[in-house]
Design a protein around this ligand. Structure first.
Ligand SMILES: NC(=O)C1=CN([C@@H]2O[C@H](COP(=O)(O)OP(=O)(O)OC[C@H]3O[C@@H](n4cnc5c(N)ncnc54)[C@H](O)[C@@H]3O)[C@@H](O)[C@H]2O)C=CC1
Ligand SMILES: O=C(O)CCC(=O)C(=O)O
Length: 334
């Protein structure tokens, strides 16, 4: 069996981590042959709760989990890690937009970027889940200059999974028979869920989902709005934000980053933009990507109609505005 790798989860005493830690520890992300040492970071007042999480992990009796390091010290948490799930942040409440969290959360990602830079392996893969995820990931990367920009990502996989489930229900097939739905841009209400290139697997042959459904109006309106507002709908119903589905999406994202995507299939990840498809450069923008040997590549050459381009431009503009706000917050705090 391989040597254990070190994996950090921040916000480890919170609700997403409560589901995510079990998925990671039982081998759903890094495989059934990969032993793990888990580093769990939270803030000092949560150390008592975190102790209970550590007890439960131990009581799960999971053979791949070799040891657990609970801590409130980022220098300890990020030491020699190969993968980082940055979940810890304040979640939004009903009536807030995710960018309303910038003031509270940007500073956390500055501190954690600096600690990653000093302590993590240089090939660490960083997934930012804490909102506003795209801009937090951009900030984190800026403060970790010794780690390649390509190693920082933001989670839009929950949006992709939601979109895939909506298309599957519309077509009337199991969710596993839908692929290549795209999330463009920001993990916010301006994101563009795009099913133009989505595929349906029917008895082994693949057809275009939109051609199957023949309801352009549904794809441009109901589908887009349902996915854009799904996080808010869950908050309204649960009085707490999505947690089980967010944990599953984080596990999916990191698994694909380490294991790769199947031939002909792509997934959506918030990654440092190179300006593809007219997106602004140097923001963390969600694109369709393929992954091989732990390296993602933006899918090129997709046909983009006028509607899609307008949506891509709009979410890109929001990311530029968030970037400006984030750097204002940081420079005011210096
Ligand atoms: N990108 C996405 O698709 C999604 C993002 N989220 C975001 O994930 C974040 C976490 O959500 P939940 O687990 O539900 O929240 P939660 O409030 O249950 O847990 C957050 C945890 O983070 C900890 N924390 C706060 N500051 C920290 C710091 N500086 N270092 C380490 N830990 C810290 C808190 O003490 C708490 O234990 C929120 O920002 C939420 O909005 C949630 C769902 C989906
Ligand atoms: O919507 C939120 O602010 C928290 C959870 C989230 O990001 C989501 O459910 O998409």
């Amino acid at each position: 069996m391989a040597e254990p790798i070190k994996v950090v989860v921040t916000g480890a005493a919170g609700q997403i981590a409560y589901s995510l830690l079990y998925m990671i520890s039982k081998g759903d992300v890094f495989g059934q042959d990969q032993p793990l040492v888990l580093h769990l970071l939270d803030i000092p007042p949560m150390m008592g709760v975190l102790e209970g999480v550590v007890m439960e992990l131990m009581d799960c009796a999971l053979p791949l989990l070799r040891s657990v390091v609970p801590t409130a010290d980022p220098e300890v948490a990020f030491k020699d890690v190969s993968a980082a799930f940055l979940v810890g942040a304040m979640p939004r409440k009903q009536g807030m937009e995710r960018r309303d969290l910038l003031a509270a959360n940007v500073k956390i990602f500055q501190v954690q970027g600096e600690a990653l830079d000093r302590n993590a392996k240089k090939d660490v893969k960083v997934l930012v889940v804490g909102n506003p995820a795209n801009t937090n990931a951009m900030v984190c990367s800026r403060f970790a200059p010794s780690i390649p920009k390509e190693n920082f990502s933001a989670m839009t996989r929950l949006d992709q999974n939601r979109a895939q489930a909506q298309v599957a229900a519309k077509v009337g097939v199991p969710v596993g028979d839908i692929s290549n739905v795209i999330i463009w841009g920001n993990h916010s209400s301006t994101q563009y869920p795009d099913a133009t290139h989505a595929l349906v697997n029917k008895n082994g042959s693949e057809t275009n989902a939109a051609a199957e459904v023949k309801d352009d109006c549904w794809f441009k309106n109901v589908f887009v709005e349902t996915v854009q507002k799904r996080g808010a709908s869950v908050i309204a119903a649960r009085k707490m934000s999505s947690a089980m589905s967010a944990a599953k999406a984080a596990a999916d994202h990191m698994k694909d980053w380490f294991m790769g995507t199947p031939k002909g299939k792509f997934v959506s990840m918030g990654v440092m933009s190179d300006g593809s498809y007219g997106a602004p450069k140097d923001v963390i923008f969600s694109f369709p990507v393929t992954i091989e040997n732990c390296k993602w590549k933006i899918v090129q050459g997709l046909e983009i109609d006028d509607f899609s381009q307008k949506m891509i431009n709009n979410t890109g503009k929001e990311l530029e505005e968030e970037r400006t706000e984030a750097f204002n917050i940081i420079s005011n705090k210096l």
